[in-house]
Design a protein around this ligand. Sequence first.
Ligand SMILES: Nc1ncnc2c1ncn2[C@@H]1O[C@H](COP(=O)(O)OP(=O)(O)OP(=O)(O)O)[C@@H](O)[C@H]1O
Ligand SMILES: [Mg+2]
Length: 262
Amino acid sequence: MTKIIAIASGKGGVGKTTTAINLGCALSHFGKDVVVVDGNIATPHIALHLGSVKLESTLNDALLGKKSITNTAYLHPSGLRVIPASIALKDYQQCGLEKLRNVLLDLIGTTEIVLLDIGAGANKETVNALHAADEVLIITTPDTLAVGDAIKTIAIAEEGSIPVMGAVLNRVTNDRGELSQKNVEALLGKPVLGIIPDDHHVRRALTMKQPIVHSHPEAPAAIAYKKLAAFLLGQQYEPFSPSKEDGKEKGVVMQLLEKFGF
Ligand SMILES: Nc1ncnc2c1ncn2[C@@H]1O[C@H](COP(=O)(O)OP(=O)(O)OP(=O)(O)O)[C@@H](O)[C@H]1O
Ligand SMILES: [Mg+2]
């Protein structure tokens, strides 16, 4: 059964697209079949994050009834399957946003998880995209503005009877001014399911047009996304420490094998 999960926030710029791409990549790492769809039709960023700006087919074609949504999917070199939206203004002005849920329903049975990256705020388009999902994952940074806006997003989802799974705290630095996990959970009335550190590798991956989980798999944010994916799937995840990776702390078995020339 396919599940459509909206990646949502009240405040803009808190890391929804970064999370959609990297959680998608991390869920694929654990063997799940995932498609990331750009449901932020007014200001789409998936193509910009992943470096494919000139596209033959987009979600907009499906919304216009020109193509089936299944014919608008791309395989990114990282192995991630994505359905981008068009960045051209005319494609946005023409397409029928209200058809989003129906168009997404054509993905049912073609994949296990659809991660729907959506716009911020409480405007008509965001509400429509939120209500096109089966469940919602809230992304917020640990500050009062983002959490305050997230409370509204949760209310909008619940008004549409869309269950909110919980929240992901992004760009965590553990500075004293930040809201704690407990505070965020109390304010939102939802559990924090994952904590993603503020990590300079995220910007590097963006420059490389890659999910950080793919380009920098041992970076702190990549490990945190894999932990989040494992948690959502009910699996255990034990990351390798960098020292083990570069061979300074190899296990006894590896050391023995190497000694005997394997
Ligand atoms: N964990 C992180 N560490 C460092 N930088 C991050 C992290 N997460 C996101 N960023 C950076 O923050 C910026 C905004 O991220 P992103 O585009 O994912 O946010 P968004 O919520 O999708 O924004 P919008 O509301 O505009 O769609 C990007 O430059 C991204 O690289
Ligand atoms: Mg975005």
